[in-house]
Design a protein around this ligand. Structure first.
Ligand code: HEC
Length: 161
């Protein structure tokens, strides 16, 4: 639990650390402003497959979380929270999201398995891209501007396997 709490402690404010890429996720109409995302459409597509195979059984088909997720289980373990905008995944910096996916919940006495052995780094990034694609622009922007936030440079993420 400790690791998840730490994310909320304000650190360095990181505003606009992301080089603004040409948004490749969707061609938006001129009139609607688009917050540029760090990932590309192919990462989101790959992430959706990975999510369905590895995460949906706990976090729900559309990342809506387990029913009653705010209440811990009788064992004291947390229930899988939503990863869409209805939860608080957006309060975690990118590195923390990767760390959670990679290491799972063992260190926090949770039930989430670690994925470091089964998902390559690029796949971990892709699955994060997928659930971030569910976040409306306002939530994504809040994530970008949150204390200590960071996102991979678009070029770097595109180069990931
Ligand atoms: C066996 C069930 C289970 C599976 C499978 C699972 N998770 Fe989790 N996940 C949890 C639980 C429970 C938590 C709450 C924290 C804890 O227990 O460690 C959690 C927490 C998280 C968090 C932190 C969310 C927050 O708001 O703090 C992220 C991000 C996450 N999981 C992503 C994933 C991804 C991505 C996958 C698939 C690659 C996945 N999880 C697979 C159960 C699971």
């Amino acid at each position: 639990m400790h690791r998840f709490r730490r994310a909320i402690v304000p650190a360095i404010l990181c505003v606009a650390t992301v080089a603004v890429p040409a948004p490749r996720v969707a061609a938006a109409p001129e009139a609607s402003p688009v917050v540029a995302r760090w990932y590309a459409a192919d990462q989101v597509r790959r992430g959706a497959l990975i999510y369905a195979a590895s995460c949906a059984r706990c976090h729900g088909g559309r990342a809506e979380g387990a029913p009653g997720w705010r209440e811990p289980l009788p064992t004291g373990y947390l229930r899988p929270p939503p990863l869409d905008a209805s939860g608080h995944a957006w309060e975690h910096r990118f590195e923390e999201l990767v760390d959670i996916v990679s290491e799972g919940g063992a260190a926090t006495s949770g039930i989430m398995p670690p994925f470091r052995e089964t998902l390559a780094e690029g796949d971990q990034h892709a699955v994060i891209a997928w659930f971030q694609s569910l976040w409306p622009d306002a939530v994504y922007q809040a994530w970008l501007q949150a204390p200590g936030c960071s996102a991979p440079a678009p070029a770097e993420s595109a180069a990931a396997p």
